[in-house]
Design a protein around this ligand. Structure first.
Ligand SMILES: *Cc1c(COP(=O)(O)O)cnc(C)c1O
Ligand code: SF4
Length: 336
């Protein structure tokens, strides 16, 4: 084992602590007046607000419709209630056999380790997830390990949340070590926005913590727009690839942000240049307050048809929707 120095707080932890937590501060940073935007303080109170300075730096100044700004700005449109929009659209609580585990699909168990993220996305479908009873703690962890051990058809463990990479290296290392002792588990998957939102988190000690075991490691990133991929992100992706981590990406199709074939094609190319392949493109999950992100069925068809016509097959993400009580994510058919 390589010995690492353990300073009290690593650089990424200081950076996360120093994140922007106030909307007026963000607007000021972006040279915007409140009235130019849809910002509403009541929406702010409905869900956490935090963005890293690294993310804020990628927002174009003086642009109230910047695609990175719109993903995180508490908007007055979130206060509108709409039919078919719900508190728990995926009914995930019903697919949770024990606290901290969602076991919906054959062979894969998803662990919700924390409710914390390094950015809070306004369209998040786990906005209302009861994390307090489902997060990592010693008692939950014992039960989770027992469940994973007893269910021998589980071959992949997915660390999710929230964002699992907010957990300290030491905890992640212990989690991975323990999972690797369960012989029927072969793959470790991490769903995270952090490699792109807080690139300094991708340190040698983190890579060691997640790759030290016999498990094959895949990170599913969450990037929606090409402007999210700056040089530092590409560097960290390259580093992870050098350590044999498979990098995939999932996006959500969001109105006014990436609902265009040109934007999505540019995203695929930029991902590939950063050693990452597009995996899923999700239809928005109908969580309360997110209707303004919805893309019409007609527009979905146009965008996907154009995307299919402009990219090699391996750069086209699978366009899917998540439904309660289905055996897999549902592919959305595109008429060519
Ligand atoms: C999406 C998802 C998975 C992973 O599904 P894949 O199609 O293998 O990417 C696993 N569990 C839950 C609860 C999910 O929502
Ligand atoms: S990073 Fe993921 S879990 Fe966190 S707010 Fe965004 S979509 Fe939700």
């Amino acid at each position: 084992m390589i010995a690492h120095k353990h300073p009290k707080h690593q650089q990424w932890q200081q950076e996360l602590t120093g994140s922007i937590r106030s909307v007026p501060e963000l607007l000021d940073f972006c040279n915007l007046q409140e009235l130019q935007t849809d910002y509403d303080a009541r929406a702010h109170h409905a869900f956490k607000f935090l963005i890293t300075r690294s993310w804020a730096n990628r927002i174009e100044k003086n642009n109230p419709t910047d695609p990175l700004l719109l993903q995180i700005l508490p908007s007055k449109q979130e206060l509108i209630t709409s039919p078919n929009y719900q508190n728990d659209p995926l009914q995930e609580q019903q697919q949770s056999p024990i606290n901290g585990i969602i076991h919906k699909y054959h062979g894969r168990a998803l662990l919700t380790l924390t409710g914390q993220c390094a950015i809070y996305c306004r369209y998040c479908f786990r906005r209302n997830y009861p994390y307090s009873s489902n997060s990592f703690n010693q008692a939950n962890w014992q039960n989770m390990v027992t469940y994973l051990t007893q269910n021998q058809d589980i071959h992949e463990v997915i660390l999710s949340g929230g964002d699992p990479l907010v957990l300290p290296d030491k905890i992640l290392q212990q989690i991975v070590t323990t999972i690797a002792t369960i012989s029927h588990i072969k793959y470790l998957r991490i769903h995270s926005r952090i490699p792109s939102v807080l690139p300094s988190r991708i340190s040698p000690s983190l890579i060691e913590a997640i790759t030290h075991s016999r498990l094959k490691v895949v990170i599913v990133n969450h990037i929606n727009h090409p402007n999210e991929i700056v040089a530092e992100v590409t560097e960290k992706f390259t580093l992870m690839k050098q350590h044999n981590i498979l990098l995939l990406n999932q996006s959500v199709m969001l109105a006014g942000i990436n609902d265009s074939a040109i934007t999505l094609a540019a995203l695929s190319h930029k991902l590939y240049e950063a050693n990452c392949l597009p995996y899923y493109l999700h239809r928005l999950d109908k969580i309360d307050g997110s209707k303004h992100f919805e893309v019409s069925l007609l527009k979905e068809q146009t965008v996907m048809r154009e995307l299919l016509a402009s990219l090699p097959g391996y750069l086209v993400p699978k366009f899917v929707t998540e439904q309660p009580h289905k055996k897999a994510k549902t592919p959305i058919h595109i008429k060519l």
